[in-house]
Structure formats: structure tokens, C-alpha cells
Design a protein around this ligand. Structure first.
Ligand SMILES: Nc1ncnc2c1ncn2[C@@H]1O[C@H](COP(=O)(O)OP(=O)(O)OP(=O)(O)O)[C@@H](O)[C@H]1O
Ligand SMILES: [Mg+2]
Length: 364
């Protein structure tokens, strides 16, 4: 897999951003500015170009479109440097009902494999408190490195939706159809569970040491999967689904399956949700993401581009300093934003880092 690094970017008609060309360095890029000036919008525009969707929930073209813009059209243009020192231009034209993507000026259907990790430390709260956020986190990050997982998960989700639709209709004549769905769900469940366990076992070696590496404290992170499917074969999962059919019919929803799996993040062997302070939860969450980046490098010998949006909040000055040192020693390209004065001071001291100042959507 190629390592992509963003060299230049320009957004036209995207939220409050002016179409200034932003130049990025190969390592740390600090995007600085006061609240509400467009720092996150820059990250979002870059993310939309490479992922065809935003990291903000329930957001699409109408929200992206600059309210002051004339033409209802957004242009996102970029130049990426690939691991082989080559430059490649990649752009998008977004309209209300249409999105076109261009590589070296030619329209393309399949997007280039520019992998990007978005880190918003505020997501730590959802990750620790909401099981569905944890599931989404794991599904998203496993999918990034395992396309078969992504495909299987899509099949599972669509099978589940159809099953629930039939359950809501209630009459027993749909049972044969549900049986067919259960065969497929069982087979996909077994694959998804084994892929989740494999991912966790691959993450473990990186998780064990990452906290110390970033924050210079002896704490060990671990991950556990909590599932009712583990150790069951296809037939047994099928039997489990069928044995719950009557209950499911009453509830109009499928009560067992990998969609109910959960994950536990362990901090020195203890559930981080029960045991950790907010600051420790945030550090654990950041560490988990950096362990993932190390796993990514191990698997593909390349790095994703890392976007970090606003690391203010519960981290104290010592931890920020450590985080900055860790980023300085890392090889990946990072775009990091902050409005926090103290963290800004830390970032401004980094030599060889590119500093990008944003004011009212303009790059200064
Ligand atoms: N569609 C839009 N058109 C024009 N301006 C928009 C649009 N959507 C959002 N904005 C403006 O973008 C600004 C917010 O930008 P952004 O979230 O990037 O700020 P930020 O610099 O990250 O701030 P903070 O430090 O508070 O996170 C707001 O001023 C908002 O009014
Ligand atoms: Mg912001």
C-alpha cells in the first residue's frame, strides 16, 4: 500500500473556507486559530475528499455548502505525494445530487486508497459510555484494514435489516424466509467474530506498550470482546437465532447476534470505563488509536494520514508535552488543530512543523 502525504489543498465553497491554497509539510502540521474560525472545517473538507463522507454525523452536501457561495457546487482539490516521491492530483466536484472524483484530471469511480485516521479526543466520552459507539469504532477501524470484513459486515447488516422487517410483519408464513436469512446471518456472524478476535489479538502487542511510549507512565492497555457467538459454529449460531425466533417476533427485533457484541477497554486489567478518570480515559482512547496506527504500519509498511482535532480538555500540560514529543518522533503526517492557548504554545515550539493560522476561513 502506498503512503500518501498531503502536499496542497484548496476548498471552494466549503463552509466558511476561502479558496486559499493550503500547503502542508510531510510531518506535523499545526492548524491554529480561535474558536469558530474554520480549523475543523479544513480537516472535514480533506476528509470528505478522501472518504466521500464527513466525520461529522448526519452531514452531507447541504451542510457543507458555503452559505455565501453563489454556485451550488463545491470543488475540493489536492496534491498528494506518494511514498515513491511521485505527485498525484486528486479532486472532487460535489453538487446536490452528484459527486464526481478526479485523479490526474480523469474521472474515476473507485477512490484511491488514501487512508486517513480521524482523532477527536472528545469521542473518548462516547467510546467509553456508549456501546454502539464502541462497536462503530471497531467496525470502522477493522474495515479500514480488512476489506472482506467491510463487505461481510454490510451483508450482515442488510440481512439483519431484512429479518427485522419480516419480524415486524409478524405472520408465521414468513418463517421460511427468516430461516434463509438466519443461515446467511449465521455464516457471516462466524466470520465477523473470528475477524474481531483476530484484530484484537493483533492489537494486543501494540496496546501493551503504547501508553508508556506516549505518556511515559507504566500502564498496560488491553481489549476484550464480549460476545455470545464466540466458540459457536455456523449451525450453532443458526440454532441460537431460530431458538429465539418467537421472542424476536414479539419484540420485532433480532435479540441475539454480532450486532450486540461489545468491547471492553482494559486499563491495567480493569475496565477503563469503571476505573479511569476522564483524563485517563482520554489518554487510553488516544493510545488505542496510536496502537492502531502502529498495527497499520506493521501490516502495510505504510502510514495513514492522521487528523487530530482539538486535544484540549482534561489532558494536563505534562501529558500534552508528552503527546507532542510522541508526534515529533513519529513518521506519519499529522494535521492537528487547537484553539487551546497552552497546547498551542506546545505546538508552536515544534521545530520543522508547519504552522497554519486560520482566521474567519482564511489562511494567514
Ligand atoms: N455551510 C456553512 N457556510 C458558511 N459557514 C459555515 C458553514 N457551516 C459552518 N460554518 C461556519 O464555520 C465556523 C466553524 O468552523 P469550525 O468548526 O471549523 O471552527 P473551529 O476553528 O474548528 O472552531 P473550534 O475551535 O471552536 O473547534 C463557524 O463560524 C460556522 O458559522
Ligand atoms: Mg473545531
Amino acid at each position: 500500500m502506498l503512503s500518501y502525504k498531503l502536499q496542497k489543498f484548496q476548498a471552494t465553497n466549503f463552509r466558511n473556507l476561502f479558496p486559499d491554497i493550503i500547503e502542508f509539510g510531510p510531518k506535523i502540521n499545526c492548524i491554529l486559530g480561535e474558536n469558530g474560525n474554520g480549523k475543523t472545517n479544513i480537516l472535514e473538507a480533506i476528509y470528505v475528499l478522501t472518504n466521500k463522507k464527513s466525520f461529522r454525523k448526519n452531514t452531507s452536501f447541504p451542510q457543507y455548502l458555503g452559505i455565501d457561495g453563489g454556485k451550488p457546487e463545491i470543488i475540493l482539490s489536492s496534491v498528494f505525494e506518494t511514498g515513491e516521491d511521485d505527485l498525484v492530483s486528486y479532486s472532487a466536484k460535489l453538487e446536490e445530487k452528484k459527486a464526481q472524483f478526479f485523479l490526474e484530471g480523469k474521472a474515476i469511480k473507485k477512490k484511491p486508497e488514501i487512508k486517513m485516521i480521524f482523532i477527536n479526543p472528545f469521542d473518548s466520552y462516547g467510546f467509553h459510555n456508549v456501546p454502539s459507539s464502541r462497536r462503530t469504532w471497531f467496525d470502522h477501524h477493522i474495515s479500514l484494514i480488512d476489506p472482506v470484513y467491510k463487505k461481510t459486515l454490510n451483508k450482515y447488516t442488510s440481512g439483519l435489516r431484512s429479518r427485522n422487517f419480516l419480524l415486524a410483519k409478524k405472520p408465521p408464513q414468513y418463517r421460511d424466509q427468516i430461516k434463509a436469512y438466519d443461515r446467511e446471518l449465521a455464516s457471516n456472524s462466524v466470520y465477523l467474530t473470528s475477524a474481531r478476535l483476530k484484530f484484537i489479538s493483533e492489537m494486543v502487542p501494540f496496546c501493551e506498550s503504547i501508553f508508556k511510549k506516549i505518556f511515559a507512565e507504566e500502564h498496560e492497555l488491553g481489549i476484550e470482546l464480549s460476545t455470545k457467538i464466540q466458540g459457536l459454529d455456523e449451525q450453532q449460531v443458526f440454532d441460537l437465532l431460530q431458538s429465539n425466533l418467537e421472542k424476536d417476533e414479539m419484540r420485532c427485533v433480532t435479540s441475539y447476534g454480532v450486532h450486540k457484541d461489545d468491547y471492553v477497554l482494559l486499563f491495567d486489567g480493569l475496565n477503563s470505563f469503571d476505573y479511569c478518570s476522564l483524563g485517563q480515559q482520554k489518554m487510553s482512547y488516544l493510545s488505542l488509536l496510536f496502537a492502531y496506527i502502529e498495527l497499520f504500519r506493521y501490516k502495510f509498511s505504510s502510514f495513514p494520514i492522521v487528523l487530530i482535532d482539538d486535544v484540549s480538555g482534561e489532558l494536563d500540560k505534562f501529558r500534552w508535552k508528552k503527546l507532542v514529543e510522541f508526534l515529533e518522533q513519529s513518521e506519519f503526517q499529522v494535521l492537528i488543530t487547537t484553539a487551546n492557548e497552552k497546547f498551542k504554545e506546545e505546538l508552536e515550539q515544534i521545530q520543522n512543523a508547519k504552522k497554519i493560522y486560520v482566521e474567519s476561513g482564511r489562511i494567514s
